[in-house]
Design a protein around this ligand. Structure first.
Ligand code: C2O
Ligand code: CU
Ligand code: CU
Length: 430
């Protein structure tokens, strides 16, 4: 902590190696370690500064996914940190308690840098949510669950592409927090899982092996208004969900990803990995469990606009070849947004291939999916939304950060090989 109260974090990107189950060493990258990075945590209203050091021999960036912050601090492709270089962005946390994350964003190489292991969680807290009776003992009954798919070819950590799978890399196993065959011991009746899909291309439909219900309490940008009882929650790359599961003494259940059928066609589903099923994380309850208070009936208040005061509508057509038929150009500003206004963005999948859509700096409300009310997992604050084939989503967002006509924010498909391939555009707030 600095004199003026600024909370300071140190992150060093470094090369390492990791011994996975095979017993063989695999070269990896991590923040302050061999693989992934520490969970950063700050409170609403707090000033933060992150001292980034690049200990790699390649340039990269660190982007704060889901964070509302000035464009120059965003860590997008314009804020490159060279090998041996340093960068120290600072900003004030000005958004609700939520599960955010950080990862590199170098233009054209994001998939590779994330897959090598550069990613971590950034948790935000606020007074209102701290006053709620929710499981909040980090690592005990409030557990980060970073899900990534990987392939092990002997000692090789495979970064290659299967030519049929044009959504990008699809691994044949999953890891949680960098661990294969993971399990979590549970000592409380209620356990909260903060699910992050940090995979580069794979979409998961999470549920439990015994189909038990769980409570969805939060989405990308924070808590829902009320818990929603569900038995599945679908997350495309970059999306988060906070769920609370009830356990009985001595029992086991497995968080699993189930086959999906909403990719816009059976062929597309199959070749995009939608037909696959994975055991993701086993929960093992102890023989005696601490009592947990009932979940609150009312959680947060959504701070995302309802779309009723939209100053401008924009349209984004998603295609492999580019958004609105334009491949990403670092020197072109695609959209100019007026600060302090609310906009509605309609995003349509124009080529049948599964895509999603992520917007920097803001959290948005999903107003409609194909003209209808969104499902519960899309009813909270979101910064990333799945847009499979034959899907159109309508989003409302408010731009209230500082104006900076010279530094763009990004919007893009978060299937990282698509992003790298040009499915990205730039907007400035003026
Ligand atoms: Cu998580 Cu622009 O990225
Ligand atoms: Cu982002
Ligand atoms: Cu895409």
């Amino acid at each position: 902590v600095e004199k003026d109260g600024t909370r300071v974090f140190d992150l060093r990107m470094q090369a390492g190696e990791k011994e996975f189950k095979s017993g063989r060493k695999t070269p990896t990258w991590g923040f302050n370690g061999d693989y992934l990075g520490p969970t950063l945590r700050a409170e609403r209203g707090e000033k933060v500064k992150v001292r980034i050091a690049n200990g790699l021999d390649e340039a990269s960036t660190v982007h704060w996914h889901g964070m509302h912050l000035p464009a120059a601090m965003d860590g997008g492709p314009h804020q490159m940190v060279g090998p041996g270089g340093k960068w120290a962005p600072r900003w004030k946390i000005d958004q609700p308690a939520s599960t955010l994350w950080y990862h590199p964003h170098p233009h054209g190489q994001t998939e590779q840098h994330v897959q090598r292991g550069l990613a971590g969680m950034f948790l935000l807290d606020d007074e209102k949510s701290a006053a709620l009776d929710l499981p909040d003992a980090y690592g005990v009954n409030d557990v980060p669950v970073i899900v990534q798919d990987v392939t092990f070819d002997g000692a090789k950590f495979d970064h290659g592409h299967d030519f049929l799978r044009n959504t990008g890399f699809l691994g044949d196993r999953t890891m949680v927090n960098g661990t294969l065959n993971p399990y979590q011991e549970v000592g409380d009746e209620l356990v909260r899982l903060r699910l992050l899909n940090a995979s580069t291309a794979r979409v998961y439909d999470f549920g439990f092996s015994d189909d038990r219900d769980f409570a969805l309490i939060g989405t990308d940008g924070g808590l829902l208004e009320k818990p929603a009882a569900m038995d599945r929650v679908q997350l495309s790359p970059g999306e988060r969900a906070e769920i609370v599961v009830r356990m009985k003494p001595g029992e086991k259940t497995v968080l699993r990803s189930f086959p999906q059928d909403n990719y816009g066609g059976a062929w597309q589903t199959r070749f995009s990995g939608g037909a696959d099923s994975f055991d993701v994380l086993e929960l093992r309850a102890k023989q005696s469990l601490r009592d947990s208070p009932e979940l609150p009936v009312q959680l947060g208040e959504l701070e995302v606009p309802d779309g009723s005061e939209s100053a401008k509508e924009r349209f984004f057509g998603l295609k492999m070849s580019g958004i609105n038929e334009r491949p990403m150009d670092m020197d072109r500003i695609d959209e100019v947004v007026t600060r302090g206004t609310t906009e509605t963005w309609t995003v349509r999948n124009d080529d049948g291939m599964p895509h999603n859509f992520h917007v920097h700096d803001v959290q948005f409300r999903v107003l409609e999916v194909n003209g209808e009310q969104p499902p519960p997992e899309l009813r909270g604050a979101k910064d990333t939304v799945f847009v499979p084939g034959a899907t159109t989503v309508k989003l409302a967002m408010r731009f209230d950060g500082p104006a900076d006509p010279d530094t763009p924010y990004m919007y893009h498909c978060h299937l990282l090989s698509h992003e790298d391939g040009g499915m990205m555009g730039q907007f400035v707030v003026v």
